[in-house]
Design a protein around this ligand. Structure first.
Ligand code: AP5
Ligand code: MG
Length: 217
């Protein structure tokens, strides 16, 4: 199954994509994580991406489309994939449609998680991420057992550079102006599944699976 998980910053795309990826045994391709990894490895792409990410802006379509095109060619995507954070513009959505079509493939659904802005702000300002395995926590909603350390690998938890209030506001504005038009885009293609992203993580996953017509067992 080829899926997109969409939603504003903090909607739970990463949280739910990981769970869904395990459930469906398909790779999760997170453009945000890929870019943060490029920054960590100090690559040219990482340096270009950082300039935009630190301001809460999107990186240029041409760069992002190239990255995804290469990633989707890898053999692990043959049985399906989940895209977290791509596409984010109509140009990216058109490019994805073209890429898949050229391979005789297509997108099954675009799942959009709906969460109001006040909740997004709470989620993002309290998020902590493991430097080593990328596991996500929240200092109030999902705290680690030992403060500052990952439950899974004992790695150090850090606050993302773009999770400070002024940058969060820019990211929310960018979502409204550049990404939210994709809701109509996928609605028009009859691929949109809108899911309420409020509530516990398990409840949200159960709702997504139900909309996808997949049994939870
Ligand atoms: P990206 O990393 O994708 O960031 P984002 O879209 O802003 O979304 P987040 O990762 O912040 O939130 P999320 O929806 O994954 O929520 P999460 O599960 O972590 O992109 C970063 C940047 O990279 C962009 O700003 C842009 O510059 C660039 N970029 C990436 N893709 C691009 C593209 N295609 N084109 C151009 N530029 C691109 O959850 C958030 C918090 O809430 C966590 O603490 C979590 O524990 C908690 N939480 C999750 N679910 C729940 C729940 N149900 N209840 C309570 N708390 C919850
Ligand atoms: Mg994420």
């Amino acid at each position: 199954m080829n899926l997109i998980i969409m939603g504003p910053p903090g909607a739970g795309k990463g949280t739910q994509s990981r769970r869904l990826g395990e459930h469906l045994a398909v790779p999760v391709i997170s453009t945000g994580e890929m870019l943060r990894d490029e920054i960590k490895r100090k690559t040219t792409l990482g340096a270009q991406a950082k300039r935009h990410m630190d301001k809460g802006e999107l990186i240029p379509d041409s760069l992002m489309i190239g990255v995804i095109e290469e990633r989707l060619k890898r053999s692990d995507c043959a049985r399906g994939f989940i895209l977290d954070g791509f596409p984010r513009t109509v140009a990216q959505a058109d490019a994805l449609h073209k890429m898949l079509g050229e391979n005789g493939s297509s997108l099954e659904h675009a799942v959009s998680l709906a969460v109001p802005n006040d909740e997004l702000l709470k989620r993002l300002s309290g998020r902590r991420t493991c430097r080593d395995c990328g596991a996500m926590y929240h200092i109030i909603f999902d705290p680690p057992t030992n403060a500052g350390l990952c439950n899974k690998c004992n790695g150090e938890l850090y606050q993302r550079d773009d999770d400070y209030e002024d940058i969060i506001s820019s990211r929310l504005e960018v979502y409204e102006s550049q990404t939210s038009p994709l809701l109509d885009y996928y609605r028009g293609h009859r691929q949109l599944l809108e899911v309420d992203g409020i509530g516990g993580r398990d409840d949200v996953l159960a709702r997504i699976l139900k909309r996808l017509g997949i049994s939870q067992s």
